[in-house]
Design a protein around this ligand. Structure first.
Ligand code: BT5
Length: 322
């Protein structure tokens, strides 16, 4: 925890009664000037703090943004050892990739309150206004590039489990990397990998979850707060990181094999008519989605037999949802 986090924790602990600058300085063994600087920095982040150095401070409001200071106290998994980020960035994946290239350890996480250049797959955009949970986790698995192909699906399972645990209900997975809530997309996964030949150097697992509807929020998307009244970007991010640590441990041990059944049972495509395009946009298969195999491929029964597709995009035939 940084000194600023300590000041924030002390303000939260003091509650409505508030705490004087002097008491804070004594408790944290810093000068009163340092305390007042930390309070200013917290105000700049959007915390509503009433008071003056001499009269004491009261925390009146916490911003609805995913900030490291909000998330840190909620993360308890041993895997996540370093938490970086701030109220706004371009893309947490880009920030995390920079840290990966500088040699940061596995377990480093970058979060942001909003993104100005959030990315989806294949050059698509991920709309990232305030109120979402945007995070990127640095992993250094001892697996080959081929073995990592189903990782986006595994991360999807972690998000689905987290939303379940928060009480969301009706959480589904749409192959390959979407999480749905009540019939609309609530979260997406963007995995980026650096590898030399088949040897993987690092993996950045980017996760975006819509939590509350801020100005500029998409009308056609789902939001966790709509079904879980007390959800905050930090509580959602903490739940996702907790589940991701477990899923990642299992994935490293047994690959996707141990997760395929769960993915299948959560799949919104199960027994639906689908059209699958490859990453180049060419139609690979049209037919009945019969399941997800142990390699994370979508299996489609077509008029010319069974086709297993490893990567691409799916449209539900006869549905406006894609
Ligand atoms: C994804 O791509 O779903 C991956 C999204 C990953 C976002 C995270 S946020 C943290 C990290 N940093 C980043 O820069 N990215 C990651 P894809 O399957 O390509 O879906 C993109 C499509 O989803 C867009 O073309 C839109 O149709 C739709 N979309 C965009 N923003 C959305 C949102 N906020 N909610 C629901 N759907 C959205």
């Amino acid at each position: 925890m940084s000194r600023r986090d300590d000041v924030l924790a002390a303000l939260k602990a003091a509650g409505e009664a508030g705490v004087s600058g002097e008491a804070l300085a004594r408790e944290l063994a810093v000068s009163r000037v340092a305390v007042s600087k930390h309070v200013c920095a917290l105000r700049d982040l959007g915390y509503r703090i009433e008071g003056e150095p001499g009269r004491g401070y009261v925390l009146l409001g916490v911003p609805d943004l995913l900030l490291p200071g909000e998330l840190r106290p909620l993360v308890d998994s041993q895997l996540w050892t370093r938490l970086e980020g701030g109220p706004e960035t371009g893309s947490t994946n880009d920030d995390c990739k920079l840290l990966a290239r500088e040699g940061a350890d596995e377990g480093t996480v970058v979060v942001a309150g909003r993104q100005t250049a959030g990315r989806g797959r294949l050059g698509r955009m991920w709309e990232s206004p305030g109120g979402g949970a945007y995070l990127s986790a640095l992993l250094r698995p001892g697996l080959s590039l081929g073995e990592l192909a189903p990782l986006p699906l595994a991360v999807g399972i972690a998000i689905a489990r987290a939303l379940d645990a928060l009480g969301a209900g009706d959480v589904g997975l749409k192959w390959p990397n979407d999480v749905w809530l009540s019939g609309s997309k609530v979260a997406g996964v963007l995995i980026e990998i650096s590898a030399e030949s088949d040897r993987v150097e690092w993996v950045v697992a980017g996760i975006g979850v819509n939590v509350l509807r801020d100005e500029g929020a998409r009308e056609d998307a789902a939001y966790v707060r709509d079904v879980v009244g007390e959800a905050t970007p930090a509580s959602v991010a903490a739940a996702v990181l907790g589940e991701l640590a477990e899923v990642y441990a299992q994935f490293q041990l047994e690959g996707f094999r141990g997760l395929a059944r769960e993915y299948g049972s959560r799949s919104v495509l199960a027994d639906r008519e689908v059209k699958v395009c490859d990453v180049g946009g060419r139609v690979r298969a049209t037919g009945h989605a019969s399941g997800i195999d142990d390699l994370g491929r979508l299996v489609v029964e077509t008029s010319r037999g069974s086709v297993a597709v490893a990567a691409g995009d799916v449209t539900l035939v006869g549905s406006s949802l894609d």
